[in-house]
Structure formats: C-alpha cells, structure tokens
Design a protein around this ligand. Structure first.
Ligand SMILES: [Zn+2]
Length: 192
C-alpha cells in the first residue's frame, strides 16, 4: 500500500501537463451552441502539495462561450482538482485510501502527514462510500472493472493502478481514470 505521493515538483508538473491536454481537447470541441470557448480559469489555493507546487496550481482551467446570449461555462475534467475541494485530488484519493483496508492509518497520523483534519477526512469517506458509487461514471466504470466492483473505494483503485514500478505514471493513469467525477454533472450537486 502506498503511503506517499511521488516526491518533488516533477510529479505536479506532470499532472499539470495532463490537465493542459484535457483543457485543449475541451477547447477544441467548442460550445454546444457553436460559439468559441475563451479562457476563464478559476482561481485556486490548493492544499496538500507542500512547497513543491508550481505556480500554475493557482488556477483550474475553465472556459466561457464567447457568444452573446449563451456565455456558457465549460470546465474540463482535471487530474489536479476534485470539484471545489480545497485539497489536491491526489491527496483526497491517497488519504482516503490509507484510512481504509484491514489496518487503516490513524486519523491523527494522516492529519500530521497531509495537514488534513478529522472532519475533512470523515467527509471524504462519505464521499467515496455514498456519492461516487452513484455517479454515471462509476456505473459505467464498474462494468469495465468487474473485479473492483465489490471492493472498497478508492483503496481498490489505488492498489489496481499503482502496482507498477513507476508511481508517477500510475498516479497519472488513476487520476485520469477518475477525472470524469471532477466536472459539473460528474457528481451530485452538494459535492461538486
Ligand atoms: Zn455557447
């Protein structure tokens, strides 16, 4: 079981590059009304990355339609940010996974390692247990990953994706796999 994220800024830069690709493919699709999408990023102050976070983590990619009367907001999926949660997506996944399983890490220990508090960790447990399984994403993903269906989220996914010898790539694949839950419509409103 993994107990840390890949160290250093290169991991966060790698995830940033994945987000750039996701944003570019969203931008190219244009607005459903036919209008062009302009940059309209959301400011962010993410927690959990220590001192290694590049400045690019001050915002999440987002776009706005340029057509009068539409101006629709379109936000691409992300491997860095999970909806409006303050903590980095990877931290939400890792801390939640470490709380699960046959010998869960103590809350106090996780709080020290990642700067999270008891209530936040408890909310994340509810999020994975009650909300993610209800999403259209999970209902279709479960069909593709039948062996994971009965196991515990997100620990089962961490174990499935991080078995290789390159944790950076493993995290990239895992967060990309989960990225549909990071956008509007991907989650019930209360947790978006
Ligand atoms: Zn539009």
């Amino acid at each position: 079981m993994y107990h840390e994220l890949p160290p250093g800024a290169s991991f966060w830069l790698f995830l940033f590059a994945v987000d750039q690709d996701l944003a570019e493919s969203t931008r190219q699709k244009a607005c459903p009304c036919g209008g062009r999408l302009h940059r309209a990023n959301y400011p962010r102050k993410p927690r959990g990355g220590d001192g290694d976070l590049p400045e690019d983590y001050d915002y999440r990619f987002s776009f706005c339609c340029d057509r009068d009367g539409c101006r629709k907001r379109v936000t691409p999926p992300s491997v860095r940010f999970l909806g409006r949660k303050v903590y980095l997506f990877a931290v939400v996944v890792l801390v939640s996974a470490m709380r699960q399983g046959p010998s869960p890490r103590r809350v106090r220990e996780l709080a020290q390692l990642f700067g999270t508090d008891r209530r936040t960790i408890a909310r994340w447990q509810v999020f994975w247990r009650e909300h993610v399984p209800q999403t259209p994403f999970w209902k279709s993903a479960r069909g593709r990953l039948p062996a994971l269906a009965a196991t515990i989220l997100p620990r089962s996914l961490v174990e499935a994706f991080l078995g290789g010898d390159d944790p950076c790539r493993g995290w990239g694949r895992l967060l990309l796999f989960l990225s549909p839950i990071t956008i509007a419509g991907g989650l019930p409103n209360a947790f978006s």
